[in-house]
Design a protein around this ligand. Structure first.
Ligand code: TYD
Length: 204
C-alpha cells in the first residue's frame, strides 16, 4: 500500500478529532514530512468566507450543499492539489465524507446529487486515508456542552447526530480500505495510540 499523503479527519461535533490532528501534525514533522494543515469548510480565503455563512446564516439544504461544494472547489484547486503535487502531506479537518454525513444522512439531502457534485468538484480526488472518530451522539452532546457557543450544526439535536453517525458508518462500509475507524470513547492516550499505529501501518 502506498504512503498516505492526503489524510482526512472525520466524526460528529464533539468527537475530539481536532486535538488529534495537532498530534498527527507533530508526529509527521518529526518524521521529516512537509505538513499542510487545513480544514473544511475553509482552507482558503474565499472558502473561509463561505464557512462563516455556512455556520451562521439560515439557508435551505440545496443552498447548503452547493456552498459546501463551492468552498471545496476553491480549496481543492488553490490549496490541496498544489500541496500534494509538491509532495507535502495534507491533513484536512473534514472533507467530502462530512457532506455525505451532515447534508446527506443528517439533513436528508439526495445522495445521488451529492455524488454528482463530488465528481464535478473533485474529478476523482479522494483522501488516501480517512480517520473516523466514532463516538455515540449522546456522549458527543455531553462533551459539546462544555465547549464554546454552538454554531448552526452544533445546535442540532441528538437524533440529527445519530443520523450523521449512520452516514459516516455507511461511507466507511463503502470504502473500508480508505477508512480507519477510531473508537473515540477511549481515553485520549489510547486514541492517540490507535492513530499512530494506523499512520505507521500506512507508511507515513
Ligand atoms: P468543525 O470541524 O466542527 O469545526 P469546529 O471544530 O471549528 O467547530 O466543522 C464545522 C461544521 O461544518 C461541522 O458542524 C460540520 C459542518 N460541515 C458540514 O455540514 N458539511 C461539510 O461538508 C463539512 C466539511 C462540514
Amino acid at each position: 500500500m502506498s504512503t498516505a499523503r492526503f489524510i482526512t479527519f472525520e466524526g460528529i461535533d464533539g468527537a475530539g478529532k481536532s486535538t488529534h490532528i495537532e498530534a498527527v501534525a507533530g508526529w509527521l514533522l518529526e518524521h521529516g514530512a512537509e505538513v499542510v494543515r487545513t480544514r473544511e469548510p475553509g482552507g482558503t480565503e474565499l472558502a473561509e468566507r463561505l464557512r462563516e455563512l455556512l455556520l451562521h446564516a439560515p439557508m435551505d439544504p440545496l443552498t447548503e450543499a452547493l456552498l459546501v461544494f463551492a468552498a471545496r472547489r476553491d480549496h481543492v484547486v488553490k490549496a490541496i492539489t498544489p500541496a500534494l503535487k509538491r509532495g507535502a502531506t495534507v491533513l484536512c479537518d473534514r472533507f467530502t465524507d462530512a457532506t455525505f454525513a451532515y447534508q446527506g444522512a443528517g439533513r436528508g439531502f439526495d445522495l445521488n446529487v451529492l455524488t454528482q457534485l463530488e465528481q464535478w468538484v473533485q474529478h476523482g480526488l479522494q483522501p488516501d486515508l480517512t480517520l473516523w472518530f466514532d463516538l455515540p451522539a449522546e456522549v458527543a452532546a455531553q462533551r459539546r456542552e462544555k465547549a464554546r457557543v454552538a454554531d448552526r450544526f452544533e445546535r442540532m439535536d441528538t437524533q440529527f447526530f445519530e443520523r450523521v453517525n449512520d452516514g459516516y458508518r455507511a461511507r466507511a462500509a463503502a470504502d473500508p480500505v480508505r477508512f480507519f475507524r477510531i473508537d473515540a470513547l477511549l481515553a485520549p492516550h489510547q486514541v492517540a495510540a490507535q492513530v499512530v499505529s494506523v499512520l505507521e501501518a500506512r507508511g507515513c
